[in-house]
Design a protein around this ligand. Structure first.
Ligand code: PLP
Length: 272
């Protein structure tokens, strides 16, 4: 079990007015940053989706972000998904919003909230997330993809996936090596039970804009190559999940279609 989970009730559903307003302000500020970045890059407003990265945040805090307009959330750990799912489902239902697999099944994604997994997934935790999560962004190899596909098929559905690529090559980061990404993507795209929706990366942990942007640009090139390859199942490979609190402007400039933002919405994390 993760240490901070002992210190915080992740299923807490009641937060103070002030905290809710803080979070609403955070969402608004991030939306403004995204709109500005879209503008400077000459991209259409609304072409980048905001995913709220919700690790360590409780149900009440996440609902405040949803009430402020967030329509996609991402958790890092399967344990956090299960700790929060019931509360999130109930409170979304009160607001007539479908969540995660519900939203996908009902085919009403416009009135729904996407529920993604953005952190590492061990195959013995697949069953924990399967009922709730519609997309796993952190698939980094074919063994995990195959297991996800098998379980999703058995459950009668399809799991959306992104292939995570370690563009920076930093040891601490997960994701496949860039030079394996094409072959892996073609293999994953052809599997029944999963749908390859795009690529994901975490930006290089450096201050140098050129280095950060070159990783993002490379991921975009990979996405274009895969999407236009004509290989089976690759036509849905359109998403580029890249950009966080510190580097979302660079990511949007390089073609990101989804930024994953935690700190700029919710403030600094008290744990981890
Ligand atoms: C935590 C996290 C984010 C968000 O990071 P912030 O710097 O808080 O915006 C994005 N992606 C992944 C994979 C994360 O773990």
């Amino acid at each position: 079990m993760v240490a901070y989970m002992d210190h915080k009730d992740l299923d807490n559903r009641q937060i103070g007015r002030e905290r809710a307003m803080q979070i609403a302000d955070g969402v608004k500020r991030v939306a403004d940053r995204i709109a500005k970045a879209e503008n400077s890059a000459g991209r259409k407003e609304g072409s980048v989706t905001l995913l709220a990265a919700t690790k360590t945040r409780d149900v009440g805090e996440i609902m405040a972000a949803i009430d402020a307009g967030v329509r996609r959330i991402g958790e890092n750990r399967p344990q956090e998904v299960t700790a929060k799912a019931q509360g999130l489902l109930e409170l979304c239902r009160d607001r007539k919003l479908a969540l995660g697999t519900e939203a996908v099944d009902s085919d009403s994604s416009s009135a729904g909230v996407g529920f993604h997994l953005i952190g590492q997934l061990q195959s013995n935790k697949i069953n924990k997330i399967l009922p709730y999560v519609d997309t796993v962004e952190s698939v980094d190899g074919s063994p995990l993809a195959r297991k996800l596909a098998t379980r999703a098929l058995a459950a009668g559905g399809t799991m959306g996936i992104l292939l995570e690529v370690n563009e920076s090559g930093e040891q601490a980061k997960s994701g496949c090596a860039p030079d394996q990404a094409l072959d892996l993507a073609y293999e994953l795209a052809a599997m029944e039970g999963i749908q390859l929706k795009g690529l994901m990366t975490v930006g290089a942990h450096v201050d140098d804009e050129a280095i950060i942007r070159s990783g993002f640009a490379h991921l975009r090139g990979l996405r274009d190559h895969i999407r236009d390859s004509g290989e089976p199942g690759t036509d849905t490979c359109t998403m580029l999940s890249m950009g966080m609190t510190g580097d979302m402007e660079y990511a949007v400039a390089e073609g990101s279609t989804e930024v994953r933002v935690g700190t700029a919405i919710f403030g600094p994390r008290a744990f981890i």
